[in-house]
Design a binder for this molecule. Structure first.
Ligand SMILES: *[C@@H]1O[C@H](CO)[C@@H](O)[C@H](O)[C@H]1NC(C)=O
Ligand SMILES: *[C@@H]1O[C@H](CO)[C@@H](O)[C@H](O)[C@H]1NC(C)=O
Ligand SMILES: *[C@@H]1O[C@H](CO)[C@@H](O)[C@H](O)[C@H]1NC(C)=O
Ligand SMILES: *[C@@H]1O[C@H](CO)[C@@H](O)[C@H](O)[C@H]1NC(C)=O
Ligand SMILES: *[C@@H]1O[C@H](CO)[C@@H](O)[C@H](O)[C@H]1NC(C)=O
Ligand SMILES: *[C@@H]1O[C@H](CO)[C@@H](O)[C@H](O)[C@H]1NC(C)=O
Ligand SMILES: *[C@@H]1O[C@H](CO)[C@@H](O)[C@H](O)[C@H]1NC(C)=O
Ligand SMILES: *[C@@H]1O[C@H](CO)[C@@H](O)[C@H](O)[C@H]1NC(C)=O
Ligand SMILES: *[C@@H]1O[C@H](CO)[C@@H](O)[C@H](O)[C@H]1NC(C)=O
Length: 769
């Protein structure tokens, strides 16, 4: 009894003192205008940040026993995209920030996660023609890829034939483990790595499993960088599949790799430092295939840094996330970011599963074998494969070797990784694996590099197979691997692609656009297995993976193409050109469908935004919707942001005028989101379009496809442009008619300005709330 009480007391003491000294990383935003003087008295933002840290260290020491207080530590000073610093602080030290002039906010650091070739052809990019013609490829565009690093020796990043590094480039090739300055060349012109914030979360980086340098161990960064701007590589393939020439969207762009993601994620403090550096290094495009939970813009690190980058003329493209098909899951949804959804291309890697009762189902796999056996083998699942409940998921240690030896094991998706299940089956002596989708995963089929003869099947095939297993005495099956097939219906929206409406800003439609993101072939490091399983000894030069992580760099690379032919265009103009020329019909001329709905209904703007990216049309859009910094300031005012919230985003001292009230919907966005409620049933938005057409004059007429239950009127209905660069404005009124709608329901339409070959299309999404 006595012992127990003493023990409890001591335990309590221990946790108490730990809690007291515990530090956390904060991203601290400061108002630059309020501290300008004191910054100038120092020679740099860094020195100034250090002096703040010293102040906090001294202030928090007063009246404390020394051992209780860890000194605050400065990790980074930020000055290009935002103004402030990242530091580790205790709760008490955090409070002292309030005593400093110009303190705006301290946001706890967070780990973001990576959102895990036939594509140029599918996108209509052809060598020697249009955007891929020699003259347009002569210019230099630099794409900064923030990811898990890069494998610099990969053939996709060779530099033969490249002109010298652009003069504006100020970046470096940072030395590190197995990475020297000679690893960069005229293609991969820069590489840096950031880990201070990450180590505060996870602890020291284990150098036996990751390189403390920009070198990529995960494969993700090598894959995304080569998708955006990899060289043309003839005869690229994986196990003979998807054979053809692999190429980035703009294969003459330069790449700068910023490694911010390590094995357990990417710390926002590191990400911000990399974005700051990338913009001052001179990148034109930033590609971010990562994200975290949506937050208000002034609390969202990626949104804040992207705003600064956009102000500096840098185009920012981000993945929408892989949390679909559920509504309001889209991330990276700030209006100045290009938010990219993912869809299928026309290529598949089919398999055929044949059951003992002769029924057949089509699945998919990257597994290939020269020794194909179409022999029927016994089929086991759940209780017939192992005693544990988890046997149905084929988790580690759940399968019984005597039950699965030489058989095909049926595994349900979930709990552990898809290729990991195959490894478990193989280790237990199983011959093959059939992976079944649940109802939620529907007919989504992702092709994986399984370590044994394995295939995925969709939900309806899964349902039939489960019934067969349950009603048959000795169930059997065979799996055949059918290689590569082209010409499937495409694009189709991937079920995993995150959906709108955006939870933080319903006043713009998000995502903005869709691009290829399913079963994408791109460069892979030679040290990483294609299944990403350690025991898998196979090595490939190219790998096939899926995710909005894969669609984002497609758009980054295409933005570089547009930038190369329109050097003076703002990020908003590039974005507008990509959005208003996106298409919504598939290769059979029918509306693009959505795999998330099992009655094959068509996809809506909350799945694909304006539609599928169309590079050649985007280079000549006719009209664009431009947005400048002032427009964003008015937008923040219309959202009722406080001046300190605005200062976090803009680094400026701006007070919203009381008189001049701008409607949220007036942001000059190339799409329309309308929110109706019981009290709001008639709204009017303003827009300004700029003539960038090939001929100076242009006569545009508006065409409207009205959403159900809404009357749309446009004033004026005709726009007559007389010169290039001319801006004309119009108003569009949305009026709810008919009976009141169910709260949360939406209907969709579009508004198109037509002049000859030009069709400047904006989707309309009306939501009742
Ligand atoms: C910020 O703007 C307000 C109103 O325009 C002005 O009164 C104030 O002096 C400005 N502050 C700084 C530090 O520039
Ligand atoms: C924004 O961040 C601040 C500082 O961390 C926090 O106090 C506030 O609750 C956050 N606001 C929202 C809406 O998340
Ligand atoms: C680093 O990783 C290796 C391989 O996984 C492991 O054996 C080792 O214990 C790790 N080291 C530390 C310090 O965690
Ligand atoms: C080819 O497949 C048959 C039947 O599955 C098997 O018996 C044989 O060992 C395989 N041969 C090789 C070389 O893998
Ligand atoms: C498909 O339809 C079935 C029944 O009609 C339903 O239970 C299931 O949730 C639907 N799946 C999806 C992904 O919508
Ligand atoms: C077989 O049927 C039983 C009872 O209906 C059910 O609980 C079980 O999940 C089914 N097994 C499979 C593999 O579908
Ligand atoms: C099926 O599709 C129609 C439109 O084609 C849609 O209105 C309906 O809600 C869909 N049903 C389900 C269950 O998804
Ligand atoms: C901003 O505040 C005004 C006045 O309180 C209100 O009418 C308006 O709806 C608010 N706007 C938003 C976007 O919250
Ligand atoms: C809707 O608003 C417009 C512009 O404010 C106005 O001209 C029109 O009369 C309104 N319509 C209705 C039916 O209220």
């Amino acid at each position: 009894m006595m012992f127990r009480r003493v023990f409890l007391f001591m335990a309590l003491m221990a946790t108490n003192s730990i809690a007291f000294a515990v530090q956390q990383t904060y991203i601290v935003h400061m108002d630059k205008t309020k501290i300008e003087g004191s910054v100038h008295s120092q020679d740099s933002t860094k020195a100034w940040s250090e002096s703040i840290i010293d102040f906090i260290a001294e202030a928090s020491m007063e009246g404390e026993e020394l051992e209780d207080t860890l000194s605050p530590q400065l990790l980074y000073a930020y000055e290009t995209n935002m103004f402030g610093f990242a530091a580790t602080l205790s709760e008490k030290q955090l409070k002292h920030l309030n005593q400093i002039d110009g303190f705006l906010s301290a946001i706890p650091d967070e780990l973001s996660t990576l959102d895990t070739t036939q594509t140029p052809n599918f996108l209509g990019l052809t060598n020697g023609k249009g955007l891929w013609s020699a003259s347009s490829l002569a210019s230099d565009v630099i794409i900064g890829v923030l990811d898990s690093g890069i494998w610099p020796e990969h053939v996709s990043f060779e530099d033969s034939g490249f002109s010298p590094i652009p003069r504006k480039w100020k970046g470096v090739c940072q030395q590190g483990t197995k990475f020297t300055s000679s690893n960069c060349n005229k293609k991969l012109i820069g590489a840096r790595y950031y880990f201070k914030g990450y180590e505060k979360f996870i602890g020291k980086i284990n150098e036996t499993t990751d390189y403390l340098s920009a070198r990529d161990t995960q494969g993700h960064g090598t894959h995304t960088a080569s998708t955006a701007a990899g060289n043309v590589v003839q005869n690229a393939n994986i196990f003979g599949l998807a054979k053809g020439s692999a190429s980035g969207m703009r294969h003459t762009s330069r790449i700068a790799a910023y490694k911010v993601c390590w094995l357990s994620g990417c710390a926002n403090s590191d990400l911000l430092a990399a974005m700051d550096q990338a913009v001052s290094d001179g990148v034109d495009i930033l590609s971010l295939s990562l994200g975290s939970i949506p937050k208000p813009f002034y609390n969202d690190s990626i949104a804040i840094a992207s705003f600064g980058a956009t102000k500096n003329g840098v185009f920012v493209s981000c993945s929408a996330g892989n949390s679909g098909p559920f509504a309001s899951t889209v991330g990276n949804g700030a209006p100045w970011i290009m938010t990219v959804a993912a869809s299928y291309i026309d290529r598949t890697f089919p398999t055929q599963v044949k059951l003992g009762n002769s029924k057949t189902f089509e699945g998919t796999s990257l597994y290939q074998t020269k020794n194909q056996s179409n022999q029927q083998l016994p089929l086991v699942h759940g209780t017939t494969a192992g005693k544990k409940r988890e046997a149905m998921f084929c988790t580690k240690g759940s399968l019984d070797k005597t039950l699965v030896f030489g058989k095909i094991v049926v595994c349900e998706r979930g709990i552990n990784g898809r290729t990991e299940k195959g490894e478990v089956v193989k280790k237990s002596g199983g011959y093959g694996m059939i992976l079944l989708n649940s109802e939620n995963q529907g007919e989504e089929l992702l092709s994986d590099a399984h370590v044994l003869p394995g295939t995925s099947l969709g939900a309806s095939a899964g349902k039939a197979l489960r019934i067969y297993l349950n009603t048959t005495k000795n169930p059997t099956a065979s799996i055949s691997f059918l290689g590569t097939r082209y010409g499937n219906i495409a694009p189709i929206m991937a079920a995993f692609s995150s959906r709108g409406p955006s939870i933080v800003g319903q006043d713009v439609i998000k995502p903005d656009i869709t691009a290829p993101g399913v079963n994408i072939l791109a460069a892979w490091p030679p040290k990483t297995s294609p299944s990403m399983i350690k025991t898998d000894k196979r090595r490939v030069l190219f790998n096939i993976v899926s995710g909005t992580s894969m669609s984002c760099p497609h758009v980054s690379g295409i933005a570089a193409l547009i930038k190369s032919v329109h050097k003076d265009w703002s990020p908003a103009m590039i974005k507008s050109s990509l959005m208003t020329t996106a298409y919504t019909l598939n290769n059979k001329n029918l509306p693009i469908s959505d795999l998330a709905s099992n009655n094959s209904s068509s996809a809506n703007p909350f799945a694909f935004g304006s539609g599928h990216v169309n590079p050649e049309s985007a280079s000549d859009p006719g009209l664009v919707y431009d947005i400048n910094v002032n427009d964003y300031l008015n937008y923040f005012c219309s959202l009722n942001f406080t001046s300190s919230e605005i200062a976090i985003l803009t680094k400026t001292n701006f007070t919203c005028s009381q008189k001049h009230v701008v409607h949220v919907g007036d942001l000059n966005y190339p799409s329309f989101s309308v929110l109706f409620s019981r009290t709001v049933q008639n709204v009017t938005y303003k827009r300004v379009v700029t003539n960038v057409g090939k001929s100076e004059s242009g006569y545009y007429e508006v065409k409207v496809e009205e959403p159900n239950g809404v009357v749309v009127s446009v004033e004026p209905r005709k726009l007559k442009f007389e010169k290039l660069g001319q801006k004309l404005s119009y108003k569009v009124t949305f009026l709810a008619v008919g009976k009141t709608r169910v709260i949360g329901s939406s209907s969709f339409g579009s508004l198109i300005w037509v002049s000859g070959k030009y069709k400047v299309r904006s989707p309309i999404a009306v939501t009742w709330q």
